[in-house]
Design a binder for this molecule. Structure first.
Ligand SMILES: [Zn+2]
Length: 1074
């Protein structure tokens, strides 16, 4: 055999080419190899060593027979007896691929007729070589093998034996995008479609691979255009529908998926979409989808994208305006708006004014004027801040050591009058006392809490909501509702609430107060409420219902039944709800006969948000939400009432202008419902309700204003179906349990009344007024008796909440916190701490039904590093409180800002760990400080809805201006947190699989304080606990639902629009929390 190879070398190098000899030798070599036993290693190595000789022979051969012989040898070596191939060096194999491609081109172009079998063998070898030769696609292009392959595919004599290896090779070639373009130029797209159509369903493997190759080729826009010109969209649609009709056993889902994916590729391209529409894709594919069995459900998402893309884009029915219906005129600012130095006089104390002038006067200092202004505005105004520390006066022993260096003025000596228990004399309180006259009977009434509230006597409220269910003894069955909220108490509650509501200043015009606010106690559902079970089928059905609107336009009513723009115009321009009351109960008792053949909507009340309702079918309504005031976005919070419903009719509601790319509505969350009739009859209040709930991208576009450069933006639909408990009822529907500003004001009065009868030191004061003129309160709570623990030794805890108005869960947690702090069992906590609480940081946003912003259209939780006293007064003054404590040598031991999180389950904390900061210097400065971990660890042990694994302690640069990071960085508060509560429910712990309700939120707020009793003991966090904690944090799967299947799953293939939208969504997601 060695001899044969030697002669081969000789023949190749001979001056005179001896074709006969060459034929003879190569033939003998094929024979030897064919008869060789697999295990003959020697022979294998001889062949392997001589591969180069064989390749040389092949490359120089011009005679078919020699080519055939060598190809047979190579096939044997590389494909039949892979052990031989395994002995060949990779270098030789790579040269083999180049050589084969070259010969392939030669054969096809020069030698007629084409030998089908020979080519087929060559393609098999090339496929084999592609495993080791990653450059093979490039070589194929350089050797000219791409057009040649397409040419072969189009030969009339071609058969399946050749086609199968050929399309496999094409699949390899098409891995390079340059090749995709060249293959398109060579006519591969049309050739493949002909091939696919020609073979029918006889050869599934060939069919499948051909479809895959075609799919790869259609990734190029030029190829798409070529395909459109050749009528391929229609051909593929026909082909898909044919498969659909024939494939009764659902055996060929893969092929159908491939075809649908290609239809999707066409649908995201303008000419492709046009071709599909002309081919009747909408009615035809819609009909196919309706017939689709469950076995083919996996085809639905792609099919619906095709349909959605091919539907005409509808503009949102907003009549030309997409900004908020109401605008609020902001105070005129004379200076650069980025600079906060206004001529407000009182806000900038003398000391600092002088200082800034002084700095400016120094000629040799380069001073950033704006920076100086900012400094002067955001420094401590100690004289006016001191008044919010009434404990300084009321507890003679409390003396704050004022160490206010540099920027701050002197704290006036604490006035040591010892009138413990004296109430603050602010004008508001005087008014409130008036309004509360007769309200005392409500005592410890805690609106919205569950079951057994004893409302008659503050002393007896142990065991009520003030003591939330502890982990031990917790049961699924709740105690029966107490019915002893007597009429008289209810009347005084109403008068107190209405008095508070009358002082609430809104931008919008209202016509009622929301009925749920008038129910101080409601019975929580007897059973804990399960998360709803969503199936893919819901989304499929809802999408089809939506698509059928286009297919059967005659069935769509499109009747505008509610327009806030219209009704607001006819509402008396009442900025305050002076004389407002509520007549819902009268409407439910039959006195108001139905006046319309559709539901009546209303959102003209505090925290209401609904801009428009359009009846699309008799029992289906599209709802359009209003954006935040002075903004054109932040569409998520909704709160409206409906009336005149029929009995037992399922009404479908579609909120069609949602913005976020996903929602907990896809993961078990239900909206909340409040039936006035139910509440009047049996005190059932807010419940989770709704079926067929899902969230998906729709075909409503938000057209950019001309010249704005924005991309067309698609919206998302949140859909749910409600069957109301009573006909002719008035029902309120909301994103989450509402908690209005007026309700807070009422609660503040009630808390004051409770505290006055207990050993609780409770002061509420107006910290500042908002832009709309609403009072923002700060509450001080501690123990009035100093017998056990002198007030002077108590540490401060600072809490705030509801900076984001749509996060009503934050307010319910805050209510739980304050209820607990006033309860007898919190005495030890009160003896240890003085609580400074700003329960609502964004009253204006809450009042006007905003989701995220204040009236400036800004996110107030991005304003903490440099709050403007005029535009962001609540943030500015709250920061002053912290600054005062720090400057006085008593920095808060804990700062916590309460929030809601719309994408996750459970309750969790965001804290600050220098080690996990985006700034390197933070890591160096606070490397070993683990004190931030103790509170979350205690909560993990004690609060059932809390999950340590969801916590995060990193500091990102886009969070630098949040309360949490500013309190940590500027004030040095090491335990500075954001507490995030789900809107949905829990996926771990005691409440796993259940929604959170008001009860669980209040419990969480209470637990946060309860664990503070152990905090001092946990401060030196023991090593064992620490390592356990870090383990939990590390082991937590970082993939949350937001990374998983999304409402956007229907649009994964990129048109420019979708990709850009997705980008925006991602940006949104990254800034959406806190
Ligand atoms: Zn928030």
């Amino acid at each position: 055999m060695e001899e044969l190879f030697r002669s081969l070398i000789r023949l190749n190098t001979a001056v005179q080419r001896d074709t006969e000899q060459l034929t003879e030798v190569t033939y003998l070599l094929t024979q030897t190899l064919a008869s060789t036993d697999k295990s003959t290693v020697d022979i294998a190595s001889v062949y392997a060593r001589n591969l180069d000789v064989l390749l040389f022979t092949l490359e120089s051969a011009r005679e078919l027979v020699i080519v055939k012989n060598v190809v047979t040898i190579l096939h044997h070596m590389l494909c039949v007896k892979p052990r031989i191939g395994g002995a060949v060096s990779k270098v030789s194999l790579r040269s083999a691929s180049r050589c084969l491609l070259k010969v392939l081109v030669y054969l096809v172009n020069e030698l007629e007729p084409i030998k089908i079998e020979l080519l087929s063998t060559m393609y098999v070898i090339i496929t084999k070589l592609s495993v080791v030769d990653k450059k093979l696609p490039v070589k194929a292009r350089l050797q000219g093998a791409l057009p040649v392959t397409v040419k072969v595919m189009l030969l009339p004599s071609v058969n399946v034996k050749l086609l199968l290896p050929l399309v496999k090779v094409l699949r390899i070639f098409a891995a390079s995008s340059v090749n995709v373009a060249e293959l398109g130029r060579s006519g591969a797209v049309v050739a493949l479609v002909q091939l696919i159509q020609g073979m029918g369903r006889k050869h599934p493997t060939l069919q499948q691979i051909s479809l895959e190759v075609l799919m790869m080729l259609l990734k190029s826009k030029k190829n798409l255009r070529r395909a459109v010109a050749a009528g391929i969209p229609k051909a593929l649609l026909d082909f898909f529908l044919d498969w659909q009709g024939q494939d009764s056993r659902s055996k060929h889902i893969k092929e159908q998926n491939c075809l649908l994916t290609m239809l999707k590729q066409f649908s995201v391209n303008k000419p492709g979409r046009r071709a599909l529409v002309e081919a009747g894709v909408v009615p035809r594919l819609y009909a196919a989808c309706q017939r689709m069995s469950a076995a083919r459900a996996e085809l639905m998402p792609t099919a619906s994208v095709v349909l959605r893309k091919c539907l005409p884009c509808n503009r949102l029915p907003l009549h030309g305006t997409e900004t908020s219906i109401y605008t609020f005129s902001l105070p005129v600012i004379e200076h650069d708006p980025d600079c906060c130095c206004y001529a407000t006089g009182e806000d900038v104390d003398e000391e600092s004014s002088k200082q800034s002038q002084g700095l400016l006067a120094q000629p040799d200092l380069t001073v950033d004027v704006a920076q100086t202004c900012r400094l002067s505005c955001d420094m401590l105004d100690s004289s006016s801040t001191e008044e919010f520390f009434p404990e300084l006066h009321d507890f003679p022993s409390v003396t704050l050591v004022t160490d206010i260096s540099g920027l701050c003025g002197q704290v006036k000596g604490a006035s040591l009058n010892g009138s413990s228990g004296a109430h603050s004399e602010s004008a508001f309180v005087a008014n409130a006392a008036e309004a509360t006259a007769g309200c005392d009977a409500t005592g410890a009434a805690t609106a919205g809490s569950c079951g057994s509230n004893n409302v008659q006597d503050g002393k007896e409220d142990q065991g009520s909501s003030a003591e939330p269910g502890s982990t031990e003894g917790w049961c699924r069955e709740l105690p029966a509702p107490s019915a002893d909220y007597c009429d008289e108490a209810l009347r005084s509650y109403h008068s107190a609430y209405l008095a508070c509501a009358s002082r609430t200043a809104s931008v919008g015009r209202w016509n009622t107060v929301p009925y749920p606010d008038l129910c101080p106690v409601w019975t929580a559902p007897i059973q804990y409420e399960h998360l709803s079970q969503n199936t893919d089928d819901v989304k499929r059905r809802k999408l089809l219902e939506d698509i059928s609107r286009t297919v059967h336009p005659a069935s769509v009513m499109d009747k505008l039944v509610y327009s806030l723009d219209d009704v607001a115009e006819h509402t008396a321009s009442a900025r305050r709800s002076n004389s407002l009351t509520n007549t819902d109960e009268f409407q439910t008792d039959g006195e108001y006969p139905p006046s319309a053949d559709h539901l009546l909507f209303n959102s003209q009340f505090e925290s209401g948000n609904l801009r428009m309702a359009i009846q699309v079918r008799p029992y289906e309504y599209d709802l359009v939400l209003g954006s935040d005031i002075n903004s054109n976005r932040h569409l998520q919070w909704f709160y409206f009432s409906v009336s005149q419903m029929e009995a037992a009719a399922p009404y479908r509601f579609n909120i069609v202008n949602c913005e976020k790319s996903n929602s907990q509505f896809n993961f078990g969350m239900q909206p909340v419902l409040f039936s006035v009739r139910e509440a009047a009859l049996s005190r059932v209040g807010w419940v989770r309700a709704g079926t067929d709930i899902c969230y998906y991208k729709n075909h409503f576009t938000h057209m950019p204003t001309s010249g704005s450069g924005c991309q067309t933006k698609l919206h998302y639909t949140a859909t749910f179906t409600l069957t109301f408990p009573h006909p002719g009822d008035v029902c309120y529907v909301a994103y989450h349990y509402p908690y209005t500003y007026s309700l807070l004001q009422t609660h503040l009065q009630q808390w004051e009344a409770v505290a006055s009868r207990a050993d609780v030191y409770f002061r509420r004061q107006v910290l500042c007024r908002t832009l709309a003129g609403n009072d923002t309160h700060v509450v001080t709570i501690t123990e009035s008796s100093q017998e056990i623990c002198p007030a002077d030794s108590r540490k401060y805890v600072m809490l705030s909440g509801r900076v984001h108005p749509g996060e009503s869960n934050a307010s319910w947690m805050m209510k739980g916190t304050i209820d607990y702090l006033l309860s007898p069992q919190a005495a030890p906590i009160r003896q240890m701490y003085i609580f400074k609480i700003v329960p609502m940081l964004n009253p204006d946003g809450v009042i006007n039904g905003n989701h995220r912003c204040s009236l400036t259209g800004e996110d107030l939780n991005r304003k903490w590093s440099n709050p403007c006293p005029v535009l962001h007064p609540t943030v500015y003054h709250t920061k002053q409180l912290a600054r005062f404590m720090v400057a006085s040598g008593k920095p808060p031991l804990v700062f916590c800002d309460y929030h809601g999180h719309s994408r996750k389950k459970n309750v969790f904390l965001f804290g600050c760990s220098g080690r996990d900061s985006w700034r390197d210097e933070d890591a160096i400065n606070c490397a070993d400080d683990k004190s931030y971990l103790s509170l979350p660890v205690l909560l993990h042990q004690r609060a059932p809805s809390f999950n340590l694994g969801d916590c995060s302690f990193s500091i990102e640069d886009n969070k630098e201006t949040t309360a949490r990071v500013v309190m940590w960085r500027e004030m040095g508060i090491s335990r500075s947190y954001t507490m995030e509560s789900t809107y949905c429910g829990c996926d771990q712990g005691l409440y796993q699989g259940y929604h959170v309700g008001v009860r669980e939120l209040e419990e969480m707020g209470a637990k946060l304080c309860e664990v503070l009793e152990q905090l001092p003991h946990a401060l030196g966090t023991n090593d064992h606990l620490l390592s356990k904690t870090l383990n939990i944090l590390d082991s937590e799967d970082t993939l949350s639902e937001e990374d998983g299947a999304s409402g956007d799953e229907l649009s994964s293939v990129g048109s420019d629009v979708t990709e850009r939208t997705a980008d925006m969504d991602r940006q949104e997601a990254s800034t959406s929390t806190q």
